[in-house]
Design a protein around this ligand. Structure first.
Ligand code: 2AM
Length: 172
């Protein structure tokens, strides 16, 4: 099964991100990510075995996440494959990313990426990557919980199923 670790936005922030996705879609076209799939990926694990998935569930349920706040104050893109995102640098998220990957590598799981650009993907296969006309973004994301997600791919894209979450509560 194909798994990843992510932060999942609380409902009100999800709505705000959805509004940004609408604005980006009106400007850039492409495929808008459905609201229910919006997240920031902390670690993409790819295909893992059932046994590894069980170990990951246990690990995430015992994970202590220092509460912090992430400021999403910029638009960005990845030229291939036409991804448009919102995000911004965060030493706290970079530290969480590094800590997660140290644990995952010790378990022989996944492959640590060369760099980490904290972002929420809003569009894929955008027709235009001219982001200059987009409205300013000033979102704040208070987080305290990491979620383990199963990505189930079908003809329409991917559906996400939450397998486990670290201790902590979502805000409204
Ligand atoms: P994204 O964070 O830029 O959107 C589930 O597929 C999530 O893991 C997606 O959000 C996606 O990117 C990320 N992802 C998918 N395939 C990946 C890969 N091969 N390497 C790194 N991240 C990947």
């Amino acid at each position: 099964m194909r798994l990843f670790l992510a932060l999942v936005p609380p409902p009100r922030l999800r709505e705000r991100l959805g509004e940004l996705a609408d604005a980006a879609h009106a400007q850039c076209g492409g495929r808008r990510m459905p609201d229910e799939t919006l997240h920031v990926t902390l670690a993409f694990l790819g295909e893992v075995t059932e046994k590894q998935a069980t170990e990951l569930v246990d690990g995430v349920q015992g994970l202590a996440v220092e509460p912090d706040e992430w400021h999403l104050d910029r638009w960005g893109h990845f030229r291939q494959p036409g991804i448009v995102w919102v995000g911004g640098p965060s030493p706290a998220l970079a530290a969480l990313h590094a800590r997660l990957w140290s644990t995952l590598e010790a378990q022989g799981l996944g492959s640590r990426p060369a760099r980490f650009i904290p972002h929420v993907t809003l569009l894929r296969r955008a027709d235009s990557l001219d982001l200059a006309p987009l409205p300013r973004t000033e979102l704040s994301w208070a987080y305290n919980q990491v979620t383990l997600i199963h990505s189930i791919r079908d003809a329409r894209g991917a559906r996400y199923r939450i397998l486990a979450a670290s201790p902590g509560e979502h805000e409204a």
